[in-house]
Design a protein around this ligand. Structure first.
Ligand code: 5CA
Ligand code: ZN
Length: 409
Protein backbone atom coordinates (compact mmCIF):
# COMPACT_ATOMS: atom_id res chain seq x y z
CA UNK A 1 0.00 0.00 0.00
CA UNK A 2 1.34 3.47 -0.68
CA UNK A 3 1.60 5.94 2.19
CA UNK A 4 1.45 9.72 1.71
CA UNK A 5 3.97 12.37 0.68
CA UNK A 6 6.54 13.56 3.20
CA UNK A 7 6.79 17.22 4.06
CA UNK A 8 10.36 18.42 4.20
CA UNK A 9 12.05 18.51 7.62
CA UNK A 10 14.48 21.43 7.81
CA UNK A 11 17.88 20.68 9.37
CA UNK A 12 18.55 22.77 12.48
CA UNK A 13 21.78 24.18 13.82
CA UNK A 14 23.37 22.20 16.65
CA UNK A 15 22.34 18.73 17.65
CA UNK A 16 19.16 17.23 19.03
CA UNK A 17 18.83 15.25 22.25
CA UNK A 18 18.09 11.63 22.92
CA UNK A 19 14.48 10.89 23.66
CA UNK A 20 13.38 10.02 27.18
CA UNK A 21 9.91 8.54 27.00
CA UNK A 22 7.35 6.79 29.17
CA UNK A 23 7.27 3.02 28.73
CA UNK A 24 4.01 1.35 29.73
CA UNK A 25 5.77 -1.95 30.42
CA UNK A 26 7.94 -0.50 33.17
CA UNK A 27 5.69 2.46 34.01
CA UNK A 28 8.76 4.66 33.95
CA UNK A 29 10.83 6.84 31.70
CA UNK A 30 13.41 5.17 29.47
CA UNK A 31 16.10 6.95 27.49
CA UNK A 32 16.16 5.47 24.01
CA UNK A 33 19.53 5.36 22.34
CA UNK A 34 18.90 3.77 18.96
CA UNK A 35 21.72 3.16 16.51
CA UNK A 36 21.94 5.18 13.29
CA UNK A 37 18.50 3.87 12.33
CA UNK A 38 15.70 4.16 14.89
CA UNK A 39 12.85 1.69 14.46
CA UNK A 40 9.20 2.39 15.27
CA UNK A 41 5.93 0.58 14.68
CA UNK A 42 2.70 2.55 15.11
CA UNK A 43 -0.66 0.84 14.88
CA UNK A 44 -2.68 2.26 12.01
CA UNK A 45 -6.39 2.88 11.56
CA UNK A 46 -9.24 0.50 10.99
CA UNK A 47 -10.64 2.36 7.99
CA UNK A 48 -14.39 2.34 8.45
CA UNK A 49 -14.84 6.01 9.27
CA UNK A 50 -12.90 9.26 8.86
CA UNK A 51 -9.90 10.34 10.95
CA UNK A 52 -11.08 12.01 14.15
CA UNK A 53 -9.18 14.22 16.58
CA UNK A 54 -8.36 11.23 18.80
CA UNK A 55 -6.58 9.46 15.95
CA UNK A 56 -4.85 12.69 14.97
CA UNK A 57 -3.63 13.25 18.55
CA UNK A 58 -2.16 9.76 18.72
CA UNK A 59 -0.39 10.04 15.35
CA UNK A 60 0.85 13.48 16.38
CA UNK A 61 2.62 11.93 19.40
CA UNK A 62 4.50 9.45 17.24
CA UNK A 63 5.28 12.07 14.65
CA UNK A 64 7.06 13.97 17.42
CA UNK A 65 9.06 10.84 18.28
CA UNK A 66 10.32 10.76 14.72
CA UNK A 67 11.11 14.46 14.66
CA UNK A 68 13.19 14.17 17.84
CA UNK A 69 15.15 11.28 16.32
CA UNK A 70 15.62 13.06 12.98
CA UNK A 71 16.99 16.04 14.90
CA UNK A 72 19.67 13.73 16.36
CA UNK A 73 20.68 13.02 12.72
CA UNK A 74 19.39 9.49 12.87
CA UNK A 75 17.34 7.88 10.17
CA UNK A 76 13.93 6.61 11.16
CA UNK A 77 12.48 3.36 9.98
CA UNK A 78 8.75 3.74 10.50
CA UNK A 79 6.13 1.07 9.86
CA UNK A 80 2.38 1.44 10.11
CA UNK A 81 -0.46 -0.92 9.26
CA UNK A 82 -4.02 -0.50 8.04
CA UNK A 83 -6.49 -2.98 9.52
CA UNK A 84 -8.31 -3.27 6.23
CA UNK A 85 -10.24 -6.39 7.19
CA UNK A 86 -11.75 -6.84 10.65
CA UNK A 87 -15.15 -7.20 12.32
CA UNK A 88 -15.93 -3.48 12.79
CA UNK A 89 -15.14 -2.73 9.14
CA UNK A 90 -17.29 -5.59 7.86
CA UNK A 91 -20.13 -4.63 10.22
CA UNK A 92 -20.07 -0.99 9.07
CA UNK A 93 -20.03 -2.03 5.40
CA UNK A 94 -23.12 -4.19 5.94
CA UNK A 95 -24.88 -1.45 7.95
CA UNK A 96 -24.30 1.11 5.19
CA UNK A 97 -24.84 -1.29 2.27
CA UNK A 98 -21.28 -0.76 1.03
CA UNK A 99 -18.66 -3.06 -0.40
CA UNK A 100 -16.13 -3.50 2.46
CA UNK A 101 -13.10 -3.07 0.19
CA UNK A 102 -14.51 0.16 -1.23
CA UNK A 103 -15.21 1.48 2.27
CA UNK A 104 -11.66 0.65 3.40
CA UNK A 105 -10.10 2.24 0.33
CA UNK A 106 -12.17 5.41 0.65
CA UNK A 107 -11.40 5.93 4.34
CA UNK A 108 -7.71 5.08 3.91
CA UNK A 109 -7.48 7.65 1.11
CA UNK A 110 -9.06 10.26 3.36
CA UNK A 111 -6.65 9.35 6.19
CA UNK A 112 -3.71 9.90 3.83
CA UNK A 113 -5.07 13.33 2.93
CA UNK A 114 -5.55 14.23 6.59
CA UNK A 115 -2.04 13.06 7.52
CA UNK A 116 -0.56 15.04 4.62
CA UNK A 117 -2.45 18.18 5.59
CA UNK A 118 -1.29 17.82 9.21
CA UNK A 119 2.32 17.33 8.07
CA UNK A 120 2.62 13.92 9.73
CA UNK A 121 5.68 12.14 8.40
CA UNK A 122 4.72 9.03 6.43
CA UNK A 123 5.84 5.49 7.26
CA UNK A 124 8.34 3.87 4.91
CA UNK A 125 6.17 0.77 4.94
CA UNK A 126 2.42 1.22 5.00
CA UNK A 127 0.96 -2.26 5.01
CA UNK A 128 -2.63 -3.49 4.86
CA UNK A 129 -3.80 -6.55 6.78
CA UNK A 130 -5.01 -8.13 3.55
CA UNK A 131 -1.66 -7.80 1.82
CA UNK A 132 0.05 -9.19 4.94
CA UNK A 133 -1.96 -12.45 4.93
CA UNK A 134 0.69 -14.52 3.05
CA UNK A 135 3.17 -13.61 5.82
CA UNK A 136 0.68 -14.19 8.64
CA UNK A 137 -0.28 -17.77 7.73
CA UNK A 138 3.19 -19.31 8.27
CA UNK A 139 3.50 -17.54 11.64
CA UNK A 140 0.22 -19.03 12.84
CA UNK A 141 1.27 -22.45 11.53
CA UNK A 142 4.56 -22.12 13.38
CA UNK A 143 2.84 -21.17 16.66
CA UNK A 144 0.56 -24.17 16.26
CA UNK A 145 3.48 -26.49 15.49
CA UNK A 146 5.31 -25.19 18.58
CA UNK A 147 2.30 -26.04 20.73
CA UNK A 148 1.61 -22.36 21.44
CA UNK A 149 -1.67 -22.36 19.51
CA UNK A 150 -4.66 -24.69 19.35
CA UNK A 151 -7.73 -25.25 17.24
CA UNK A 152 -11.28 -24.67 18.36
CA UNK A 153 -14.06 -25.47 15.88
CA UNK A 154 -11.81 -24.57 12.97
CA UNK A 155 -10.55 -21.31 14.52
CA UNK A 156 -7.00 -21.10 15.83
CA UNK A 157 -6.21 -19.54 19.24
CA UNK A 158 -2.96 -18.41 20.79
CA UNK A 159 -2.25 -19.82 24.21
CA UNK A 160 -1.19 -16.96 26.47
CA UNK A 161 0.42 -19.48 28.81
CA UNK A 162 3.06 -20.15 26.16
CA UNK A 163 4.71 -16.81 26.94
CA UNK A 164 6.43 -16.55 30.33
CA UNK A 165 6.42 -12.77 29.89
CA UNK A 166 2.68 -12.51 29.27
CA UNK A 167 1.24 -9.59 31.22
CA UNK A 168 4.41 -7.53 31.27
CA UNK A 169 3.26 -4.89 28.81
CA UNK A 170 0.04 -3.79 30.50
CA UNK A 171 0.80 -5.18 33.99
CA UNK A 172 -2.90 -5.78 34.61
CA UNK A 173 -4.35 -8.51 36.79
CA UNK A 174 -6.40 -11.35 35.29
CA UNK A 175 -9.76 -9.80 36.20
CA UNK A 176 -8.95 -6.47 34.54
CA UNK A 177 -7.60 -8.29 31.50
CA UNK A 178 -10.76 -10.32 31.19
CA UNK A 179 -12.94 -7.22 31.30
CA UNK A 180 -10.88 -5.38 28.68
CA UNK A 181 -10.63 -8.43 26.49
CA UNK A 182 -14.45 -8.58 26.29
CA UNK A 183 -14.63 -4.85 25.53
CA UNK A 184 -11.89 -4.79 22.92
CA UNK A 185 -12.52 -7.53 20.41
CA UNK A 186 -11.75 -10.64 22.50
CA UNK A 187 -14.14 -13.48 23.34
CA UNK A 188 -13.32 -14.52 26.95
CA UNK A 189 -16.64 -16.29 27.37
CA UNK A 190 -16.35 -18.63 24.41
CA UNK A 191 -16.58 -22.22 25.71
CA UNK A 192 -13.69 -24.54 24.96
CA UNK A 193 -10.84 -22.04 25.26
CA UNK A 194 -7.86 -23.09 27.37
CA UNK A 195 -7.63 -19.65 28.94
CA UNK A 196 -10.44 -17.09 28.56
CA UNK A 197 -7.87 -14.48 27.51
CA UNK A 198 -6.47 -16.51 24.59
CA UNK A 199 -6.85 -14.38 21.45
CA UNK A 200 -7.74 -15.63 18.00
CA UNK A 201 -4.92 -16.01 15.50
CA UNK A 202 -6.92 -17.30 12.55
CA UNK A 203 -10.67 -17.22 12.10
CA UNK A 204 -12.11 -19.96 9.91
CA UNK A 205 -14.17 -18.67 6.97
CA UNK A 206 -17.68 -17.57 7.95
CA UNK A 207 -20.68 -17.60 5.61
CA UNK A 208 -20.96 -14.29 3.73
CA UNK A 209 -17.58 -12.97 4.95
CA UNK A 210 -14.37 -12.58 2.98
CA UNK A 211 -11.78 -15.34 3.42
CA UNK A 212 -8.31 -16.22 2.15
CA UNK A 213 -6.28 -19.33 1.60
CA UNK A 214 -4.68 -20.23 4.93
CA UNK A 215 -2.61 -23.24 3.83
CA UNK A 216 -2.87 -25.93 6.51
CA UNK A 217 -5.11 -23.59 8.55
CA UNK A 218 -7.88 -23.75 5.98
CA UNK A 219 -9.65 -20.74 4.50
CA UNK A 220 -10.20 -17.83 6.83
CA UNK A 221 -8.89 -14.46 7.92
CA UNK A 222 -6.27 -13.31 10.41
CA UNK A 223 -6.80 -12.24 14.00
CA UNK A 224 -6.00 -8.64 14.89
CA UNK A 225 -2.82 -8.97 16.97
CA UNK A 226 -0.96 -11.36 14.68
CA UNK A 227 -1.54 -8.87 11.85
CA UNK A 228 0.62 -6.21 13.50
CA UNK A 229 3.19 -8.76 14.65
CA UNK A 230 3.67 -10.18 11.16
CA UNK A 231 4.11 -6.69 9.70
CA UNK A 232 6.43 -5.52 12.49
CA UNK A 233 8.65 -8.61 12.38
CA UNK A 234 8.81 -8.54 8.60
CA UNK A 235 9.89 -4.90 8.37
CA UNK A 236 11.57 -4.16 11.72
CA UNK A 237 12.55 -7.44 13.36
CA UNK A 238 12.65 -7.94 17.15
CA UNK A 239 13.88 -5.43 19.70
CA UNK A 240 12.73 -2.34 17.83
CA UNK A 241 12.64 0.95 19.67
CA UNK A 242 9.00 1.96 20.00
CA UNK A 243 5.68 0.19 19.68
CA UNK A 244 3.07 2.92 19.64
CA UNK A 245 -0.65 3.52 19.79
CA UNK A 246 -3.41 4.95 21.94
CA UNK A 247 -3.78 3.77 25.55
CA UNK A 248 -6.73 1.59 24.53
CA UNK A 249 -4.24 -0.62 22.66
CA UNK A 250 -2.04 -1.48 25.66
CA UNK A 251 -4.34 -4.36 26.47
CA UNK A 252 -5.11 -6.62 24.74
CA UNK A 253 -3.52 -5.55 21.46
CA UNK A 254 0.06 -4.74 22.43
CA UNK A 255 0.17 -7.31 25.22
CA UNK A 256 -0.91 -10.09 22.85
CA UNK A 257 1.26 -8.86 20.01
CA UNK A 258 4.36 -8.87 22.22
CA UNK A 259 3.52 -12.40 23.40
CA UNK A 260 3.04 -13.69 19.84
CA UNK A 261 6.38 -12.21 18.77
CA UNK A 262 8.27 -13.37 21.88
CA UNK A 263 7.05 -16.95 21.56
CA UNK A 264 7.74 -17.00 17.81
CA UNK A 265 11.31 -15.76 18.11
CA UNK A 266 12.32 -16.78 21.63
CA UNK A 267 13.57 -13.22 22.08
CA UNK A 268 12.48 -10.63 24.62
CA UNK A 269 11.28 -7.92 24.50
CA UNK A 270 9.62 -7.19 21.18
CA UNK A 271 10.00 -3.43 21.71
CA UNK A 272 12.26 -1.35 23.93
CA UNK A 273 9.38 0.96 24.82
CA UNK A 274 5.62 0.56 24.62
CA UNK A 275 4.34 4.07 24.26
CA UNK A 276 0.69 5.00 24.67
CA UNK A 277 -1.13 8.22 23.99
CA UNK A 278 -4.06 9.38 26.13
CA UNK A 279 -7.63 9.37 24.92
CA UNK A 280 -9.33 12.42 23.44
CA UNK A 281 -12.93 12.86 24.49
CA UNK A 282 -15.89 14.83 23.21
CA UNK A 283 -18.79 15.77 25.49
CA UNK A 284 -17.27 13.79 28.34
CA UNK A 285 -16.83 10.51 26.48
CA UNK A 286 -13.90 8.99 24.60
CA UNK A 287 -14.18 9.91 20.93
CA UNK A 288 -14.86 6.67 19.13
CA UNK A 289 -16.15 5.48 15.82
CA UNK A 290 -18.47 3.05 17.53
CA UNK A 291 -20.07 5.79 19.68
CA UNK A 292 -20.12 8.32 16.86
CA UNK A 293 -19.16 11.36 19.04
CA UNK A 294 -16.59 12.56 16.56
CA UNK A 295 -14.85 15.67 15.30
CA UNK A 296 -13.26 14.82 11.97
CA UNK A 297 -10.03 16.32 10.69
CA UNK A 298 -11.49 16.37 7.17
CA UNK A 299 -14.62 18.22 8.29
CA UNK A 300 -12.56 20.95 9.98
CA UNK A 301 -10.43 21.24 6.84
CA UNK A 302 -13.55 21.56 4.69
CA UNK A 303 -14.77 24.29 7.04
CA UNK A 304 -11.61 26.21 6.25
CA UNK A 305 -9.65 25.56 9.46
CA UNK A 306 -5.92 25.78 8.80
CA UNK A 307 -4.37 22.32 9.40
CA UNK A 308 -1.52 24.08 11.23
CA UNK A 309 -4.08 25.29 13.79
CA UNK A 310 -5.42 21.74 14.20
CA UNK A 311 -1.88 20.59 14.81
CA UNK A 312 -1.31 23.34 17.39
CA UNK A 313 -4.52 22.29 19.15
CA UNK A 314 -3.13 18.75 19.46
CA UNK A 315 0.28 19.96 20.58
CA UNK A 316 -1.27 22.03 23.37
CA UNK A 317 -1.97 18.78 25.28
CA UNK A 318 0.61 16.41 26.68
CA UNK A 319 0.35 13.19 24.66
CA UNK A 320 -0.13 11.03 27.75
CA UNK A 321 -3.02 12.97 29.23
CA UNK A 322 -6.65 12.28 28.46
CA UNK A 323 -8.28 15.48 27.31
CA UNK A 324 -11.43 16.89 25.87
CA UNK A 325 -11.85 18.47 22.44
CA UNK A 326 -13.84 21.70 22.65
CA UNK A 327 -14.44 24.72 20.43
CA UNK A 328 -12.20 26.73 22.77
CA UNK A 329 -9.29 24.35 22.20
CA UNK A 330 -9.52 25.11 18.51
CA UNK A 331 -10.05 28.87 18.81
CA UNK A 332 -7.05 29.17 21.16
CA UNK A 333 -4.95 27.31 18.61
CA UNK A 334 -6.15 29.56 15.79
CA UNK A 335 -5.24 32.64 17.84
CA UNK A 336 -1.82 31.20 18.74
CA UNK A 337 -1.08 30.44 15.08
CA UNK A 338 -1.91 34.02 14.14
CA UNK A 339 0.38 35.40 16.87
CA UNK A 340 3.23 33.14 15.85
CA UNK A 341 2.87 33.97 12.16
CA UNK A 342 2.85 37.68 12.86
CA UNK A 343 5.99 37.34 14.99
CA UNK A 344 8.00 35.52 12.32
CA UNK A 345 6.87 37.72 9.46
CA UNK A 346 9.72 40.21 10.03
CA UNK A 347 13.25 39.63 8.76
CA UNK A 348 14.93 40.30 12.12
CA UNK A 349 14.12 39.90 15.76
CA UNK A 350 15.01 38.49 19.16
CA UNK A 351 17.82 35.89 19.09
CA UNK A 352 16.41 32.38 18.72
CA UNK A 353 19.22 29.91 19.52
CA UNK A 354 18.05 29.58 23.13
CA UNK A 355 14.53 28.86 21.94
CA UNK A 356 15.68 25.99 19.71
CA UNK A 357 17.39 24.43 22.73
CA UNK A 358 14.27 24.92 24.85
CA UNK A 359 12.07 23.14 22.30
CA UNK A 360 14.60 20.31 22.06
CA UNK A 361 14.75 20.00 25.84
CA UNK A 362 10.95 19.96 26.16
CA UNK A 363 10.40 17.30 23.50
CA UNK A 364 13.23 15.06 24.65
CA UNK A 365 11.56 15.07 28.08
CA UNK A 366 8.71 12.64 27.33
CA UNK A 367 7.48 14.72 24.38
CA UNK A 368 6.44 17.70 26.44
CA UNK A 369 4.85 19.61 23.57
CA UNK A 370 2.92 22.03 25.84
CA UNK A 371 6.28 23.14 27.32
CA UNK A 372 7.63 23.60 23.79
CA UNK A 373 4.62 25.76 22.87
CA UNK A 374 5.09 27.82 26.03
CA UNK A 375 8.73 28.45 25.05
CA UNK A 376 7.70 29.65 21.60
CA UNK A 377 4.97 31.79 23.18
CA UNK A 378 7.61 33.50 25.33
CA UNK A 379 9.83 34.19 22.33
CA UNK A 380 6.83 35.53 20.40
CA UNK A 381 5.83 37.81 23.27
CA UNK A 382 9.35 39.28 23.52
CA UNK A 383 9.57 39.61 19.77
CA UNK A 384 6.30 41.55 19.67
CA UNK A 385 7.10 43.71 22.72
CA UNK A 386 10.80 44.46 22.23
CA UNK A 387 11.56 43.69 18.63
CA UNK A 388 15.24 42.87 18.18
CA UNK A 389 17.92 43.20 15.58
CA UNK A 390 19.13 39.64 15.19
CA UNK A 391 19.01 39.06 11.47
CA UNK A 392 17.43 35.77 10.48
CA UNK A 393 16.09 34.97 13.95
CA UNK A 394 12.47 34.64 12.76
CA UNK A 395 13.67 32.21 10.09
CA UNK A 396 15.39 30.09 12.74
CA UNK A 397 12.15 29.99 14.72
CA UNK A 398 10.08 29.04 11.65
CA UNK A 399 12.45 26.23 10.79
CA UNK A 400 12.56 24.93 14.35
CA UNK A 401 8.78 24.98 14.69
CA UNK A 402 8.49 23.19 11.36
CA UNK A 403 11.21 20.60 12.00
CA UNK A 404 10.38 19.77 15.61
CA UNK A 405 6.64 20.41 15.87
CA UNK A 406 5.47 19.87 12.28
CA UNK A 407 3.84 23.30 12.13
CA UNK A 408 4.44 25.39 9.00
CA UNK A 409 4.36 29.09 9.82
N1 5CA B 1 -6.31 -0.74 13.53
C1 5CA B 1 -6.21 -0.77 14.96
C2 5CA B 1 -4.77 -0.79 15.42
S1 5CA B 1 -3.86 -2.10 14.70
C3 5CA B 1 -6.93 0.41 15.60
O1 5CA B 1 -6.94 0.50 16.81
N2 5CA B 1 -7.51 1.26 14.77
S2 5CA B 1 -8.36 2.55 15.24
O2 5CA B 1 -8.76 3.19 14.02
O3 5CA B 1 -9.40 2.14 16.13
O4 5CA B 1 -7.41 3.47 16.05
C4 5CA B 1 -6.24 4.01 15.45
C5 5CA B 1 -5.37 4.65 16.53
O5 5CA B 1 -6.06 5.76 17.11
C6 5CA B 1 -5.05 3.70 17.69
O6 5CA B 1 -3.73 3.92 18.13
C7 5CA B 1 -6.03 4.12 18.77
O7 5CA B 1 -5.53 3.84 20.07
C8 5CA B 1 -6.10 5.62 18.52
N3 5CA B 1 -7.37 6.21 19.02
C9 5CA B 1 -8.63 5.79 18.78
N4 5CA B 1 -9.52 6.57 19.43
C10 5CA B 1 -8.80 7.52 20.10
C11 5CA B 1 -9.13 8.62 20.97
N5 5CA B 1 -10.39 8.93 21.25
N6 5CA B 1 -8.12 9.36 21.46
C12 5CA B 1 -6.82 9.07 21.18
N7 5CA B 1 -6.45 8.05 20.36
C13 5CA B 1 -7.41 7.29 19.84
ZN1 ZN C 1 -1.95 -2.80 15.72
Amino acid sequence: MHAWPASEVPALPGKGRDLRIHDTATDGLVTLEPGPVARIYVCGITPYDATHMGHAATYNAFDLVQRVWLDTKRQVHYVQNVTDVDDPLLERAIRDGLDWTGLAERETALFREDMTALRMLPPQHYIGAVEAIPGIVPLVERLRDMGAAYELEGDVYFSVEADPHFGQVSRLDAAAMRLLSAERGGDPDRPGKKNPLDPMLWMAAREGEPSWDGGSLGRGRPGWHIECVAIALDHLGMGFDVQGGGSDLAFPHHEMGASHAQVLTGEFPMAKAYVHAGMVALDGEKMSKSKGNLVFVSKLRRDGVDPAAIRLALLAHHYRSDWEWTDDVLSEAVARLERWRAAVSRPDGVPAEGLVEEIREALSNDLDAPAALAAVDRWVATQVADGGTDEGAPGVVSRAVDALLGVAL
